[in-house]
Write a protein that binds this ligand. Structure first.
Ligand code: PMT
Length: 400
């Protein structure tokens, strides 16, 4: 892939896999990229800066803060210059610093300052990789949108066998290319996304609702927009930051959402329903505030709300792609498959909302993508990464 004009900043930290970063630099340069290397003091014990200087044809910045090429301009020069910032290998130490925002050397300072997409290629002993602290740090980084490649499983330098082996240079370079050449593969498509929770009024001051923050739906809307789609967001009650530059239809109740969806659906190519819709509403919402009657139970009769996804499934046109979500707490896959069929969906995204790091109001999600043909379990990812994976599958379905 031609990377001419693309600028990669490569952070190298102190692990035995540091020697493989030299091949990453070499491959990137062969593709035409401009590469700038920042090494930690420990990395320089594993491999000489001269190697990277020769391969990148650029001065190598080390921890001494003494590299005049960049330091004279400003210490965040490399942070600003990067199109992609890759840390290869990424030790447990740098991952922890990144997660906490520690900036105590040139690499961590530049990483904290950068607005570029960041990719890390973790490499460490299995015990360190599976330690609770590292797991938590990875959750934080993933939720922040940091891209992660590997680690793989295999023989480690310490003699152990297990997870922690750095991904191969070819794989790392292809992830960098993927990030750089972020596709506009949804251009020309109209995408409708639902997000957030419905509210069903019991009286003027009370309502039935759920914990949906809108994060999953917003991530889908943003990802679709960035990939070139014309996006409409039908939004219930949310607590997450609302995306900018997206057409938004605000609704409160399931009935309002149904109306908005029925109006917008016919002209859409893709409809993704990530909202958490209340299945029931009060049969007779009170016109005035319900008063407490001490000692007496309050009985509220609920009636069924319309199933919006089912209604949209019933009016589905052959060229449309419909995707629903299933928020489940038990028998996740069986329930999700039932919904896939009953709502006439092309794909359902099943999330077991009892799992830590999945479901409501988290920055990450753990989902299974289910179509009539296959089931695909995805690892814990940021909601943005989940969104991109869903959009990738939607395009596969539409190509068939
Ligand atoms: O918003 P977040 O905090 O990021 O949380 C994300 C999420 C957990 C809300 C999301 O990932 C999710 O699972 N959304 C679907 C929640 C849900 O209502 O699931 P369900 O299994 O009850 O519904 C199945 C599908 O039918 C959904 O696509 C839902 O939008 C739709 N539905 C449900 C009921 C109803 N009356 N009408 C519907 O259209």
């Amino acid at each position: 892939m031609d990377l001419t004009g693309r600028k990669i900043v490569l952070g190298v930290t102190g692990g035995i896999a540091a020697y493989k970063s030299a091949e990453v630099v070499s491959r990137l340069r062969h593709s035409g990229a401009e590469v700038h290397v920042i090494m930690t003091a420990n990395a320089a014990k594993f491999i000489a800066p001269l190697t990277f200087q020769t391969l990148s044809a650029n001065p190598v910045v080390t921890d001494t803060f003494a590299a005049p090429e960049y330091w004279n301009v400003e210490h965040v020069a490399l942070a600003k210059l990067a199109d992609v910032f890759a840390v290869v290998p990424a030790t447990a130490n740098i991952l922890a610093k990144m997660a906490c925002g520690i900036a105590d050397d040139m690499l961590s300072t530049t990483l904290l300052a950068t607005k570029a997409p960041v990719l890390v290629a973790p490499a460490m002993n299995t015990g360190m990789w599976t330690a609770d602290a590292t797991k938590r740090n990875m959750e934080i980084l993933r939720a922040r949108g940091v891209h992660v490649v590997g680690p793989g499983c295999g023989m480690l330098a310490c003699g152990d066998e297990g997870d922690g082996r750095m991904s191969e240079p070819a794989e790392i370079v292809s992830r960098i290319e993927e990030i750089l050449l972020k596709k506009q593969d949804l251009q020309g498509l109209k995408v409708l996304v639902t997000a957030g929770a419905t509210r069903e009024r019991l009286d003027p001051v009370r309502f039935l609702t759920n914990d949906s923050s809108g994060k999953m739906g917003f991530a889908l809307a943003e990802a679709a927009r960035e990939r070139g789609a014309d996006v409409t967001l039908v939004k219930g009650n949310t607590t997450a930051k609302v995306p900018e530059n997206i057409r938004i239809e605000e609704i409160e109740s399931a009935n309002e959402m149904l109306q908005a969806m029925q109006k917008a659906a016919p002209e859409q190519d893709v409809i993704i329903q990530a909202a958490a819709v209340a299945d029931y509403r009060a049969a007779n919402p009170a016109k005035t505030k319900i008063k407490k009657k001490a000692g007496e139970p309050l009985v509220i009769t609920l009636e069924e709300n319309p199933d919006i996804a089912k209604a949209i499934g019933a009016m589905k046109q052959p060229e449309q792609t419909l995707v629903g979500f299933a928020a489940e707490t038990n028998d996740v896959i069986r329930h999700a498959k039932q919904k896939l069929a009953s709502k006439n969906l092309d794909m359902i995204v099943a999330n077991d909302v009892t799992k830590p790091g999945a479901g409501f109001n988290t920055d990450t999600n753990i989902v299974t993508l289910i179509t009539k043909e296959k089931e695909e379990d995805l690892p814990m990812m940021s909601k943005r990464e989940v969104a991109d994976a869903i959009l990738d599958r939607i395009l596969e379905i539409r190509r068939k």
